[in-house]
Design a protein around this ligand. Structure first.
Ligand code: PEP
Length: 261
């Protein structure tokens, strides 16, 4: 059965004190939730993945060391193993501190840092080589949707970014569909729009890798997902959770999203 996942992308937000407060509140809620679930014998909890800024990674990893159901990853990695790349962090470094996940291809990296499909494929190789689970982001811009090119755009991003892999490698990949027009805008894709694109993405995986790979792939929705709309979005059969930006900075909202299955 494929995993349900709720991931929090903090981006470049929070002081260390604020980050500590956020995770300690989250942990209290998760502890209580686990106790409730054990009492009810229920097990449909999503995996939670936190993506703090690099500088807080080891602190947050310590908080959730050996804590079942919470993983910690980075928002980016460099495409090389090591060397003269001032200011950069490699996938092997992430692995060495205990990170398990990395986001690759977020639209802010594509747009503001000029990361193209070729570079993103290199980053995916690094992530896999270092045994990280890569959360690969794809999604169209508004004019692309308005001109009916959104399926083609997403298909191209997926083919170039990750569909060169072997089937086995897909086990370490999660796809996040994040329409650029919905990120940080307060405009969310409708549940039907999300389901339609997620089903399309799954069909691309199926065409190339077969139904087993397609059925095992977790496909997350991202883009102004919040405590109010998460349940409706996640109720779609091809939406396996969310990559959450702004709402992941508010402990109560993020926790409500975690409970939206
Ligand atoms: C994101 O940046 O991945 C994201 C989904 O942001 P927001 O939830 O704020 O739209």
């Amino acid at each position: 059965m494929r995993k349900k996942i709720v991931a929090g992308n903090w981006k470049m937000n929070l002081s260390l004190e604020e980050a500590k407060t956020l995770v300690s509140e989250l942990k209290v809620n998760l502890d209580n939730q686990s106790a409730d679930r054990v009492a009810q014998n229920a097990s449909n909890l999503p995996v939670v993945v936190l993506f703090p800024p690099y500088i807080y990674l080891t602190r947050i990893l310590d908080v959730f060391y050996n804590y079942e159901g919470v993983s910690v990853g980075a928002q980016n990695c460099h495409q090389n193993d090591q060397g003269a790349f001032t200011g950069e962090v490699s996938a092997s470094m992430l692995r060495s501190v205990g990170a398990s996940h990395v986001i690759i291809g977020h639209s802010e990296r594509r747009e503001q840092f000029g990361e193209d499909d070729g570079l993103l494929a290199e980053k995916m190789r690094q992530a896999l080589k270092n045994d990280l689970t890569a959360v690969f982001c794809c999604g169209e811009k508004l004019p692309e949707r308005e001109s009916g090119k959104h399926f083609q755009v997403v298909s191209d991003q997926l083919h170039k970014g990750l569909m060169w892999m072997e089937e086995k490698q897909l086990e370490k990949v999660v796809i996040a569909y994040e329409p650029v027009w919905a990120i940080g805008t307060g405009v969310t894709a409708s549940p039907d729009q999300a389901q339609e694109m997620h089903a399309y993405i799954r069909s691309l995986i199926e065409d190339k890798y077969g139904s087993r790979a397609a059925e095992s792939m977790s496909i997350l929705y991202g883009g102004s997902c919040n405590a109010k709309n998460a349940r409706e979005l996640f109720s779609n059969k091809d939406v396996d959770g969310g990559l959450i930006g702004g709402a992941s900075l508010k402990p109560a909202d993020f926790f409500q999203i975690i409970q939206s299955f």
